[in-house]
Design a protein around this ligand. Structure first.
Ligand SMILES: Cc1cc2nc3c(=O)[nH]c(=O)nc-3n(C[C@H](O)[C@H](O)[C@H](O)COP(=O)(O)OP(=O)(O)OC[C@H]3O[C@@H](n4cnc5c(N)ncnc54)[C@H](O)[C@@H]3O)c2cc1C
Length: 452
């Protein structure tokens, strides 16, 4: 074997890259990682973590209202200061960047600052320096896309949103994915006047249809102006804000427009095609079940492969890769029954198949569905209703889909995901005693099937 500088050179220190680098180094491999922005990648800097902090912030308004409306509290004058939230969040993110630096250092990973490109199957270049490596891992993530339209330079994406100078009074959010939905709820909670528009008939494509329509109802009931089958054709600057022209010709004046219309894999200008790596039509790197590209020494994980674009999945793919290269032997990542949450208000938790997917895969399925007002809201006159849904394969009695829209849905569904992964049947759910009084107990007390 030729003497190369490293056993593994990782490009991109995000969720997947850092985990693969650390675990490989801990197994004795000589590892380097290049990063051209901030350690931790999207999730830590402009994704999951700052977003969830904003979700917490935005909940307080309703909590204060509920406390005074139903629970006997009186609260003095309240107010919200955006710069305090923004700057506290930034301080926390900087602390996390430092922790990532320490984790890599302690594992013995060499951190190379700068943008890396692939020169050939065994060479990476960063800032004019060539590094040779037995294996190269591309973990460069993804980047938000904004469609071509007049005035697009007047808009922001999720990247900029975390650093806004001032909190807008009115915001237009374009997009129907989970990021658009989460920001619509965050800004609404912070007291901003929110309009969300999506070009399709209903947002959150890919989620269970009942979940999608239930959340749309809840968001509307809270006062978010949701418009489907609509889009923006142009944006222009005007005194004190911007004016968006919509597909029906109507105009909407707001202070800020957020485009959350999708993300594309970060695979351009990396030297990949020249090295022999193939890309799919959407720009994602094509890999086999072991995350190996067409070039045997080049691997790719995470969002850049556009499989399931979530942090825990990128991390799992990184762990599997390090086992394949330096561990017990080849291991393929498992993409079945990956649970997920949308931190909307109310939030979504989901694992397994949607009803439509289950009907297609199994033919005959039983559906159990329950909507109710959570106990907390009985004293507040709150409009929010919780939805819970189980989908059962009739032939095997296995629960193949579990979905919830309601408070703490992510926390609840994480636990049930273990049961689904272990192949729990409806009879197992029925045999489980509930914890009372909780919302979660509804999942083990549903007895009446929805009639076909
Ligand atoms: C607003 C938002 C909210 C999200 N919320 C959630 C959530 O709640 N839960 C969840 O599971 N997921 C969430 N995600 C998705 C999650 O952030 C991604 O799936 C995850 O970060 C992907 O990890 P990765 O390692 O593939 O890429 P990333 O974390 O994006 O890391 C890629 C890194 O590579 C670096 N890089 C790129 N090109 C180069 C180069 N040529 N040289 C050197 N470095 C380079 C980038 O700067 C970046 O740091 C969210 C994403 C967004 C945008």
């Amino acid at each position: 074997m030729p003497d190369r500088d490293f056993d593994l050179f990782v490009i991109g220190a995000g969720s997947g890259g850092v985990r693969a680098a650390r675990f490989s180094a801990q197994r004795g491999a000589r590892v380097a990682i290049a990063e051209d922005r901030d350690l931790g990648g999207t999730c830590v800097n402009v994704g999951c973590v700052p977003k969830k902090l904003f979700v917490y912030a935005s909940h307080f308004r309703e909590e204060l209202e509920d406390a005074t409306r139903g629970y006997g509290w009186s609260v003095g004058e309240t107010g919200f200061d955006w710069p305090t939230l923004r700057d506290n969040k930034t301080r926390e993110i900087q602390r996390l960047n430092g922790i990532y630096e320490g984790l890599l250092r302690d594992a013995g990973v060499k951190h190379v600052e700068g943008r890396a490109t692939v020169v050939d199957a065994h060479t990476v270049e960063v800032g004019g320096v060539h590094y040779s490596a037995e294996n190269i891992l591309v973990a460069t993530g993804s980047w938000p896309t904004v469609p071509e339209l007049p005035g697009r330079e007047l808009t922001v994406t999720s990247n900029e949103l975390f650093h806004l100078e001032t909190l807008p009074r009115r915001i237009l959010i374009v997009g129907g994915g989970y990021i658009a939905v989460e920001f619509a709820c965050i800004f609404h909670g912070l007291g901003v006047d929110v309009t969300q528009i999506y070009r399709g008939p209903l947002f959150l494509r890919g989620f269970d249809d009942d979940v999608r329509s239930h959340l749309a109802e809840q968001m509307r009931a809270k006062g978010i102006d949701l418009r489907f089958d609509a889009n923006v054709t142009a944006i222009e600057k005007m005194e004190g804000g911007v004016r968006a022209t919509l597909t029906d010709g109507s105009k909407l004046e707001v202070d800020q427009v957020l485009f959350a219309t999708g993300r594309h894999p970060n695979s351009a200008n990396l030297g990949l095609e020249k090295a022999g790596v193939t890309l799919a039509a959407d720009g994602s790197i094509e890999v086999d079940a072991y995350s190996r590209t067409k070039v045997p020494s080049i691997w790719a994980i995470g969002d850049v492969t556009n499989r399931i674009n979530l942090t825990p999945v990128a991390i799992h793919e990184g762990v599997c890769l390090s086992e394949t290269l330096f561990g017990e032997g080849p291991r393929t990542p498992d993409h079945e029954n990956v649970p997920a949450a949308v931190f909307s208000q109310p939030s979504i938790g989901t694992v397994g198949l949607t009803e439509a997917e289950a009907r297609e895969r199994y033919g005959e399925v039983d559906v159990y569905r329950s909507t109710f007002r959570a106990l907390k809201h009985t004293l507040t006159d709150g409009v929010e209703r919780t939805l819970m849904k189980l989908i059962v394969d009739r032939a095997s009695d296995r629960v193949v889909g579990l979905h919830m829209v309601g408070p703490e849905a992510g926390e609840i569904v994480q636990g049930f995901a273990v049961a689904i992964k272990a192949g729990a049947t409806k009879a197992d759910f029925d045999a489980t005693i509930g914890i009372h009084p909780t919302s979660a107990e509804e999942f083990v007390t549903m007895r009446s099937r929805v009639e076909d």
